[in-house]
Unconditional design. Sequence first.
Length: 211
Amino acid sequence: MSIYAEISENLQKGKAKVVKELVQKAIDDGMPASEVLEQGLLDGMSVVGEKFKNNEVFVPEVLIAARALNAGVELLKPLLVEQGVKAKGKICIGTVKGDLHDIGKNLVKMMMEGRGLEVVDLGTDVSAEKYVQTAIDEGCQIICCSALLTTTMPVMKEVVEACENAGIRDKVKIMIGGAPVTDAYCKQIGADCYTPDAASAAEAAVAFCQG
């Protein structure tokens, strides 16, 4: 079994310590950091994402796998910077103003990072202005808004309007999600994309960034 397959397999099992040791070994053996990332860590995370989407694994397993992913990525980060490996895209994510739920948002963030995207996490209770300002300052291609309360969903419409007012609506994609959110609501407010789960959100984000 190749070391990449070993990394992928241990990541899927959430063995952070083993993943870290294997990544270090791959680095010591002169393997390219980008390959260790793509064929080892991200490969493992995409399997977890797929299983999560099909209800074969659940939130706790995803969280443990993500922890293993981060342990490996920490070692690779300086090398990836040296190699000039760019993230596939940049996204800002947050739970909208008035809403303090963040489990779904955190899952989406992990899935996106697991697909090689750079994610700026704004946390919870995020105003439309803050999303827009961050997208401008950080050069994000996508703004992701999460809501778990029907009462906070209108903030998503404010985000769309704030992007229009700031003149960046044609430059950023707006993705929305959360339990009460629907595709119909997405179309109604003029956002770009609604996804029902974290793995689909990550797939859509990668497609937007490559588009």
